[in-house]
Design a binder for this molecule. Structure first.
Ligand code: ZN
Length: 100
């Protein structure tokens, strides 16, 4: 079994689940990918997951399914909060075309 990083994997391909009325079909979908969706699929499929923060492979449990440790969960939540806070403070392109 080869291990690929979650970031490499989701940049290239994501899995689309469709339901045609009779059965579910899973097909790889190139180009468009959302990390949470793909992670959910990986977790559902084999009970192993890539930590969404440090991208290490870890065993999924009922209480730990997205991040390998509480530390990673906290770090990710903190960063997300800060990003949202910053984008509220100043709207518009962040680093593009710096104005004088
Ligand atoms: Zn982690």
């Amino acid at each position: 079994m080869s291990v690929i990083g979650a970031r490499d994997f989701t940049d290239a391909v994501s899995l689309a689940v469709t339901y045609d009325g009779k059965q579910f079909q899973v097909a790889p979908k190139w180009g468009i990918s959302t990390l949470p969706e793909t992670l959910e699929w990986l977790l559902w499929a084999d009970r192993l997951g890539f930590c969404a923060e440090c991208e290490k492979l870890f065993e999924v449990t009922s209480y730990r399914w997205k991040y390998c440790t509480d530390e990673c969960a906290k770090r990710a939540t903190d960063r997300k909060w800060r990003q949202e806070y910053r984008s509220k403070l100043k709207k518009g392109p962040a680093k593009k075309g710096r104005r004088k």
